[in-house]
Design a protein around this ligand. Structure first.
Ligand SMILES: Nc1ncnc2c1ncn2[C@@H]1O[C@H](COP(=O)(O)OP(=O)(O)OP(=O)(O)O)[C@@H](O)[C@H]1O
Ligand SMILES: [Mg+2]
Ligand SMILES: [Zn+2]
Length: 147
């Protein structure tokens, strides 16, 4: 068996190839810090595919594809590995979801979502460059902040 930088798990989810330094943001977006969830993190590890990568290992939990795809906004190259009996049984790349609720802060200061307690709602309108459109003010943006 190979030696891992972050210890091996019997069952769960490994989020690999997270952009270097973004692991804590991934944990926050997936709300892993809010549950009694065992999570191990490696940051700024060396990688053949990337300059530096982060890795997050979540024990005994499988998240839905919709939940996992939320992290595509901050780490488009992330790969998800589902682990069962210590082995990778499924591997896929994250994709930016078509609809995103409560994930993006609308950059328009006049938008209702910035002034009233309304959850933001965005639609992906183009992939490259990534452009999203606010459901409320109907403006399109390719630069925005994650909530
Ligand atoms: N049982 C396990 N517990 C914890 N992490 C694991 C386990 N098995 C694999 N991993 C991690 O999951 C990721 C994917 O494992 P895999 O064996 O597919 O590596 P790989 O061949 O480097 O894959 P990739 O081409 O996606 O980089 C690696 O970061 C590896 O460290
Ligand atoms: Mg690898
Ligand atoms: Zn808006």
């Amino acid at each position: 068996m190979r030696a891992y930088r972050v210890y091996a798990i019997q069952k769960g989810t490994v989020i690999d190839h997270i952009s270097g330094g973004c692991a804590l943001k991934v944990i926050q977006i997936l709300k892993l810090d809010e549950f009694n969830q065992v999570v191990t993190v490696g940051m700024n590890l060396e990688s053949k595919k990337m300059v530096r990568k982060d890795i997050v290992k979540i024990e005994n939990k499988t998240l839905t594809k919709d939940e996992l795809n939320r992290i595509a906004l901050i780490s488009p190259k992330a790969t998800i590995n589902i682990i069962k009996n210590h082995k990778v049984v499924e591997k896929f790349r994250v994709e930016v979801p078509d609809m995103m609720e409560n994930l993006i802060n609308c950059p328009n200061p006049k938008c209702i979502t910035r002034n009233e307690p309304v959850m933001s709602k965005f639609k992906k309108i183009s992939e490259k460059p990534l452009t999203v459109k606010c459901h409320y003010c109907e403006k399109a943006f390719s630069e925005f902040k994650i909530i």
